[in-house]
Design a protein around this ligand. Sequence first.
Ligand code: G
Ligand code: G
Ligand code: MN
Ligand code: NA
Length: 259
Amino acid sequence: LQLEADLAQAARRGQMRLVYQPIVDIQTGRIGGYEALLRWQHPQLGAVPPNEFVPLAEELEIISELGAFVLEAACRTFQSACSDPAGAVASQLPSLQVNVSTRQFLRPGLAQTVRRILDDTGFPAARLHLEVTESALILDIDEAARTLTELRDLGVRIHIDDFGTGHSSLAFLHRFPVDALKVDRAFIARLGEDLVSAKLVQTVLLLARTLDVDVIAEGIETATQRDHLIRMGCRWGQGYLFARPLELADTLELLRAGP
Ligand code: G
Ligand code: G
Ligand code: MN
Ligand code: NA
């Protein structure tokens, strides 16, 4: 119960920060974007993982506030990096991918919140990519399609996170205005070990081509996995092989260094 009370105060008390993991062109290593990942440093417990506190924030009905905090912090941070006189970072500013939890997506008002944050921070809408899980989309398909359309109308892009672990079917996938599928790391982990995983990833790549959307492979840890993906024609990836989630200073350093 103390943890719940602490969570409600954590952002205000400066215990929440973002780290950023690059999304790269897996052939060249060029950075195409960053995924913002939230970290909670609890004064007594130390680091509490988002797998634990995000569901808790959903139960406590404070996920919309926490989600807005993440969106605003990420946009503001990158927008000020962009206007940093020290470097010509602006032209290389990549996309920023921000996770939206299931309940945060389902609560009304998400598009209005996103619009306000884009207005307040000046962050370009086209560079903001929201990651929504399959499970958020299937609970109410019509409502989900409406929300996605509202977000798309603002100019932001939509990625389906953890793709392959939910239960989306071909029947409704094409009804959602999405821009990319992020293949769940469970499939990537077994590349090179079992043939079925390779075939499933191949199937997602084919599906993406049919729908004309991008694919991002998550959780690439080995050169073997990367080489498999290159052979299959996957362009984008993310994982410890390329970079772990980075502190802001290192993220900005990479940006300044350029491609
Ligand atoms: O960063 P890490 O690998 O520990 O993340 C674990 C889980 O927490 C992942 O599913 C990730 O999507 C989720 N997560 C990380 N940061 C955020 C965030 O800012 N918002 C939401 N909703 N989920 C996040
Ligand atoms: O569910 P989502 O895709 O948002 O999860 C992102 C989380 O995956 C991040 O918190 C990050 O810590 C973790 N992650 C990123 N790259 C790798 C990787 O190569 N291997 C593993 N096991 N986890 C990773
Ligand atoms: Mn994600
Ligand atoms: Na994932």
